[in-house]
Design a protein around this ligand. Sequence first.
Ligand SMILES: CC(C)(COP(=O)(O)OP(=O)(O)OC[C@H]1O[C@@H](n2cnc3c(N)ncnc32)[C@H](O)[C@@H]1OP(=O)(O)O)[C@@H](O)C(=O)NCCC(=O)NCCS
Length: 268
Amino acid sequence: MAAGAAVATAVLRTPEDFARCELIYREVFGLAPDDGSLNARLLTGLSRNSGMVIGAYGNGELVGFALSFLAKQDGDGRLYQYSQTAAVRLGWQGRGVGRAMKFGQRSAALAAGIDLVRWTFDPLLAVNGHFNLDVLGAVATSIARDLYGPMATPDDRGEPTDRFVVDWELRDPAVAERAEGAATDVRERQPVSIRPGELRAGTDAALLGIPADWRTFRRSSPLAAGPLRDQILEHAQQLMGAGLVAVSCWRLDRDTAVYRFAGKGLQP
Ligand SMILES: CC(C)(COP(=O)(O)OP(=O)(O)OC[C@H]1O[C@@H](n2cnc3c(N)ncnc32)[C@H](O)[C@@H]1OP(=O)(O)O)[C@@H](O)C(=O)NCCC(=O)NCCS
């Protein structure tokens, strides 16, 4: 078990742990008790066949988990772990558990000879963008539009499941530094003035504004939300099509957050 300041992580293997993961998953995503979309049998099968379930403990209790499975990249056949989900209990979010858990996932992947973890996240959720890009040091490389079809959970019913695809290069020095506890490097915090949906593109870098809190924005401006989502996704698609990747996401003020895009392999 790898211990952090207050959080410990471990590779989970038992049906009891997996049953607990099932409960955490339902709690975090607000799912019905009979949802069954993630269940202990599935976790057992994945964990015994090249998948990984990493647990995070707070005060000795399982409070989060990350699930991934082995995948093969089209083209070059590179092996990676595809991380299907990461979830931290509601009362434990924002306290360093997710960070410790993902770095536990990194250690377990490296120990298994894998140096890439890939996953997706909703690009409209600025806190998730910040967690993935700034806290972990991953980069968003492409977009999957409406990946799972429309959402069915109570808070997001009908919302399209547009996702950024994230690559986490586990041996990237920027990732290794973070694993060793380097403070989050937000890379670009100069004051900027940008509106949600606005794009500022230079030759090898760009900024794209998004709402700071998408769910609040969607509740207060339901008619503007769909077109704004499309506009943001189209801008991001254009940048990624030109070879840029999203490297940072940070909150500017109460209403606005911003993505920074940079050329692949360029110092952001
Ligand atoms: C995303 C998630 C796994 C991150 O774990 P966490 O324990 O909350 O994250 P940490 O405390 O380690 O890191 C917090 C950082 O991530 C950001 N963050 C992401 N989600 C957050 C949340 N729900 N609450 C607070 N901070 C959050 C914060 O901005 C913070 O960055 P900072 O320290 O620079 O301010 C967790 O919040 C969660 O389960 N969220 C709901 C489910 C989800 O969205 N899962 C990911 C997609 S499958």
